[in-house]
Ligand binder design. Structure first.
Ligand code: SF4
Length: 444
């Protein structure tokens, strides 16, 4: 049985592509090998939308190439966004790589690897037309079966000036509601408890299909046709969240009181140059509306500092906004000037020192806000999905509350009571740390 070793880089959407390749290869008679030294094919599914990700991808590719050196029966295959972004240029740069496959080549991975190991390889780089996965594709989860992301679209029609994703992943393509429900029923039958709906812009779901295909109708179908207890909404676009969605979140407890919604900034002049379709006042109104509709909602957002032309006044406005609105979870990134992005030739580029100084300022401020705002949970009993033994010590269990998303937010450390991975239990919170909560199980 031919073997492959898969390294998956980048975002949750790229991880879904890796899981589909994993499923297709296993269905095609290939076996996953944990040890790269023993695998006949080394497969790296790359990210490539910003320079730090590009550098990480090249590092991992060269590390995998070191396992290949001198062994002609071992092959190195690179897939994903790095290939889709740089295409043929990569061939000259990375001679160790035997085959390059673009983001749209996921469906062809079995044929391509079979041809490679059988010496029937036709192309060094494979860049097919746009592809959209559906429920007929085998998919092997890399996460525990009780939690998973489901990608409901591919590509993006927004044109944020700093972003390379539309040029890498193409325009918006949405899956049909029935197709998504079909995949969910399969995941549910395997024990899915927590579903994270993901996309580049979740609120744009269905804009490229008929008018009845939209996020609201998708959520109604999921609520009607599955019993999945936790439904988490990720990657929402602020101006795409409407009153109907908020009232559904208010009435349907299976849709978690949680939103991942990148703002990127709050300064009107910066947002305008980013081509984001909202301003400072819109964001203030948005938060007041959301908290009015779902009072206990936890908000996660992303802020980008150091965008060309950003002033000290803009950063002060961002600090004031965070102090006033006290957002639960905030990721802070420095702008990277990407070759090919609309903002590449913008004047007033900030220096790396200024970016780093501003990023640290916002991170420090947010750490204090997070620590203070987590105090509100002390004394409360909240639902927690148990992940298993704590990563810190076997004396504690670890889980996440409805207010904490996988991999990006803090966790709940459980110091009393017993439960199995995948169980949803009631935990009484006794302590709050900077990002994590501590408590004991009060009800299974
Ligand atoms: S919404 Fe903007 S930042 Fe997000 S993927 Fe689309 S273009 Fe990029």
């Amino acid at each position: 049985m031919p073997t492959f070793h898969l390294v998956s880089l980048g975002c949750a959407k790229n991880l879904v592509d890796s899981e589909v390749m994993l499923g297709l290869l296993q269905e095609g008679g290939w076996a996953m090998e944990e040890d790269p030294a023993k695998a006949s094919v080394l497969l790296v599914n790359t990210c490539g939308f910003i320079q730090p990700a590009v550098e990480e991808a090249v590092e991992v590719i060269l590390e995998m190439a070191s396992y290949k050196s001198g062994n002609s029966s071992k092959f190195l295959v690179v897939t994903g966004c790095l290939v889709q972004r740089y295409k043929k240029d990569l061939q000259e740069e990375l001679l160790e790589v035997d085959l390059f496959v673009g983001t749209e080549g996921v469906a062809d991975i079995v044929r391509l690897l079979n041809e490679l190991v059988q010496g029937k390889q036709k192309l060094k780089i494979f860049l097919p037309d746009r592809f959209l996965m559906d429920a007929t594709f085998a998919r092997t989860l890399s996460t525990p079966a009780f939690r998973s992301s489901v990608k409901i679209t591919e590509g993006c029609n927004n044109r944020c000036t700093y972003c390379m994703i539309p040029s890498i992943r193409g325009d918006l393509r949405s899956r049909e509601i029935n197709d998504i429900v079909l995949e969910l029923k399969r995941l549910e039958s395997r024990g899915l408890k927590e579903l994270s709906l993901i996309a580049q812009d979740l609120t744009a779901y269905g804009n490229d299909l008929d008018k009845d295909t939209n996020l609201l109708n998708l959520l109604s179908a999921i609520l009607q046709h599955t019993t999945i207890p936790w439904i988490r909404l990720m990657y929402l676009y602020p101006s795409g969240v409407n009153a109907e969605l908020l009232s559904l979140m208010k009435s349907e407890k299976r849709i978690l009181p949680y939103m991942d919604i990148p703002f990127q900034h709050v300064s009107d002049s910066v947002l305008k140059r980013m081509h984001r379709r909202y301003g400072y006042k819109d964001l203030c109104g948005f938060i007041e509306n959301v908290r009015g509709a779902v009072p206990d909602i936890a908000l996660r957002t992303t802020m980008m500092v150091g965008f060309p032309g950003e002033t000290e006044e803009d950063i002060c406005k961002l600090e004031q906004f965070l102090q006033e609105y006290r957002i639960d979870h905030v990721g802070v990134f420095s702008y990277t000037n990407e070759e090919g992005a609309l903002s590449e030739f913008y004047e007033q580029q900030c220096t790396e020192e200024i970016k780093e100084e501003r990023r640290n300022r916002i991170l420090t401020l947010q750490a204090n806000i997070s620590e203070e705002s987590l105090q509100k949970y002390v004394g409360q009993t909240i639902p927690v999905l148990v992940e298993g033994l704590s990563r810190e010590t076997d004396l504690l269990l670890e889980g996440r509350s409805v207010y904490q998303a996988p991999d990006i937010d803090g966790c709940v450390l459980i110091n009393d009571g017993n439960a199995n991975p995948g169980d949803i239990v009631q935990v009484q919170i006794t302590e709050a740390q900077i990002y994590d909560l501590v408590g004991g199980i009060v009800q299974g």
